[in-house]
Structure formats: structure tokens, C-alpha cells
Design a protein around this ligand. Structure first.
Ligand code: CA
Length: 381
């Protein structure tokens, strides 16, 4: 089998109502969808993470001009070799950000080809599933223009609970005192039962993050995600030793090389690589092995369309509990509940929550089919 073409589809659409997180206002949802075509007719799909403020055209151009020439003509079963070639040849202008994002999309599409060619889900090709379903947590709680907080967050928390969620993640990073009052108000409203995480999207420095950590400790917060900049690994180590709240980060780190310091220096309690950003299946399984060697659990960052969600579920299936036990600490699924006009429409059948759990797709490849009409509807010229 040989790869004969790699196509990128830049999908983008404005939101009816923009929303804010601590870094700015999100006006559009975008995705870079990657299609790898083989000479025997097998087609694989992948996705490159496009975060809220990221123009999708950058990763698409990297795939088109830098990665496609490396993989076309090659055997997709040489996926590990192809990954290292893609990384090596883009190293002078890559290593972090849009280049590993782009490599991730191509790599996921190649693994999808392999799964479809063999009639097996990707998790079977990676050594099997530790679980067939996963507990999702609701990501949302973005701010809207004119919104009243914490009242609207309390309403949103109740909506998630009504839908069956038992865990949710609050967006903070809007000011130390405001954040503390906000977290306390939501916890008081929902009671002690639901698992609550907080995410500052690196809005703070160590001093400000320390004040928040200390103040919200009595609220029973499960983890504090990205309190400070991803460049400040020493800052993470300082904070981690001050609190019983788990520290979490990883969505702004890339490749096994990038994660080496985070893991070996025990900078966080919970590692959050994004499959569609940090390097795809080939690299994220290595990041997973690295984390396992240091007994560090992974709960991946997920913020893409249905393709990225399906692929991430395949990856989550393969994550060993850290450690294995009768009642092990299990990874959760980050299940984005914020506005996204084509997230679920893009895949046929969709991915749904049943009884508070999300089932890992068991069909070939990433386990879902893609709706080309939806690609055509949102595709940018
Ligand atoms: Ca986050």
C-alpha cells in the first residue's frame, strides 16, 4: 500500500455569539481536516488542533508544502519512520505549535488508513483497550458579552448535571478575587458531589496562582489546569508542592522531547497532551510510555471536531491506568460543550453520552465515518 495524496480541508465558520476565555474572544470555530488517500482506495481521516485564537491556514500550509511531499509515495505501515522524517525535516522551523499540530493531523489520518485497511479500530493496533467507555467531563463555562457571573455559571453547571455529567471544568483567569468568589459560588450551588476542575489558560504568575490555590482548596477542586505559562516549568514545580489540588498542564506542549522535562522533573500531577496537537498517535503513545515510567496519569486535552474527538477516544482507550489496581485512577474525556456549529455534524452517527459515559468507537480506524457534505459546507476556498 502506498500513500498517493494528502488533502487538507480548512473548515471555518463564525459563531452566532462570540465567547471569551482568559486569553481573548473566540469569534470563529475552525478545524484543519486531513485526508490521506492510498493506492488501493483506503482513505484515512485526521485532524489538526485549531485552538480558539489559531488561524487554521497555517497548519494547512505546513501540511501542503512541507509534509505532503515527505509522505506521498510511501507505505503508510512505515508510520513511525514517516513521523520521524516529518519531525526531522521541519525541526529548523517547527518543534512546537503549528508544525507538530500539522504532523499530528497527518499521523492520525495514516493510522486511520491502517485501521481501515485491517478492519480494526486504532486502539487494537496500538495494543488494545484498557476500557470500552470513559467518564466525560464538561468543558464550557466561557464568558459571553453582557453575561452575569457567577449566576450564569451556576445555571450552566445545573444544565450539565441534568444531562448526566458528574464532572465539569470551570474557566477562570479573569482576576484573582473574582475567580475565588466564582469558584466558591459554583461549588456552593452544586453541592459537594460533582467533580470540579478549574482552568486558567495560563493567565497568572506563580504568586497570583498561589493565592487562588490556597483560597479554593476548601472547595474540593480536583485539578487546577494551566495556572501559569507553559514555559515556566520551575513555577509549576513550586506550585505543586504547595497544594493538595492536582496540578495539570500539557495542551501547550508538543512531542516526546517537549514532554521530557515535564515528566522527568515531576512538574505536574496530571499530563494533558492533545492527540491532534502534540504529535498524533505515533508520538502520543511515546509520551504515554514516558508518563507511565514516571507513574504520571494522562487525561488528554480535547477541543476539536468529531474527528479529533473520535481519534482522542481511541487514544484514551489505550492509556494504562497509573497504576493498575482493583479500582484504578482512570483517565477522563474532555468533552467540549461550548458552541461549535459542525463538531458533531462532521461525523456520521455522532458520539454521544449514555448514562454519564461515552463509549469508545469500535469500528475500523478512528471508528467513525466523515460526512463530505458537511466538509463542503464549511470548507474555505
Ligand atoms: Ca485548557
Amino acid at each position: 500500500m502506498k500513500i498517493v495524496d494528502v488533502r487538507t480541508h480548512v473548515l471555518s465558520t463564525p459563531l452566532d455569539e462570540p465567547f471569551a476565555f482568559s486569553m481573548g474572544w473566540v469569534h470563529r470555530r475552525s478545524a484543519v481536516i486531513v485526508e490521506v488517500i492510498t493506492d488501493d482506495g483506503v482513505i484515512g481521516w485526521g485532524e489538526t488542533l485549531c485552538h480558539g485564537l489559531q488561524p487554521p491556514q497555517i497548519a494547512a500550509a505546513i501540511i501542503e508544502h512541507a509534509l505532503k511531499p515527505i509522505v506521498v509515495g510511501q507505505d503508510p505501515f512505515d508510520v513511525d519512520v514517516l513521523w520521524e522524517r516529518m519531525y526531522n525535516l521541519t525541526r529548523p522551523f517547527g518543534q512546537k505549535g503549528a508544525v507538530p499540530n500539522a504532523i499530528s493531523g497527518v499521523d492520525i489520518a495514516i493510522w486511520d488508513c491502517l485501521g481501515r485497511a485491517l478492519g480494526k479500530p486504532v486502539h487494537k493496533l496500538l495494543g488494545g483497550a484498557y476500557r470500552t467507555d470513559v467518564q466525560p467531563y464538561a468543558t464550557g463555562f466561557y464568558r459571553r458579552q453582557g453575561g452575569v457571573y457567577p449566576a450564569e455559571a451556576v445555571d450552566e453547571a445545573r444544565r450539565h448535571l441534568d444531562r448526566g455529567f458528574t464532572a465539569m471544568k470551570l474557566k477562570i483567569g479573569f482576576g484573582v478575587e473574582e475567580d475565588i468568589a466564582y469558584v466558591q459560588a459554583v461549588r456552593e450551588a452544586v453541592g459537594p458531589g460533582p467533580k470540579i476542575m478549574v482552568d486558567a489558560n495560563h493567565a497568572y504568575n506563580v504568586g497570583a496562582a498561589r493565592r487562588i490555590l490556597k483560597a479554593i482548596e476548601p472547595c474540593g477542586i480536583h485539578w487546577f489546569e494551566e495556572p501559569i505559562s507553559p514555559e515556566d516549568i520551575d513555577g509549576y514545580r513550586e506550585l505543586k508542592n504547595l497544594t493538595s489540588i492536582y496540578l495539570a498542564a500539557g495542551e501547550n506542549e508538543f512531542t516526546k522531547i517537549g514532554f521530557r522535562e515535564w515528566v522527568s522533573r515531576r512538574a505536574v500531577d496530571m499530563l494533558q497532551p492533545d492527540l491532534c496537537a502534540a504529535g498524533g498517535f505515533t508520538e502520543c503513545r511515546k509520551i504515554s510510555a514516558l508518563a507511565q515510567a514516571w507513574h504520571m496519569p494522562i487525561t488528554p486535552h480535547v477541543w476539536g471536531s468529531g474527528i479529533g474527538l473520535a481519534a482522542s477516544l481511541q487514544f484514551i482507550a489505550t492509556l494504562p491506568p497509573a497504576p493498575l489496581a482493583l479500582n484504578p485512577i482512570e483517565p477522563m474525556l474532555e468533552y467540549d460543550q461550548s458552541a461549535h456549529p459542525f463538531r458533531q455534524d462532521l461525523i456520521c452517527g455522532g458520539i454521544t453520552m449514555e448514562g454519564g459515559r461515552v463509549v469508545i468507537p469500535s469500528g475500523p480506524g478512528i471508528g467513525v465515518d466523515v460526512d463530505r457534505d458537511v466538509i463542503a459546507r464549511y470548507r474555505q476556498a
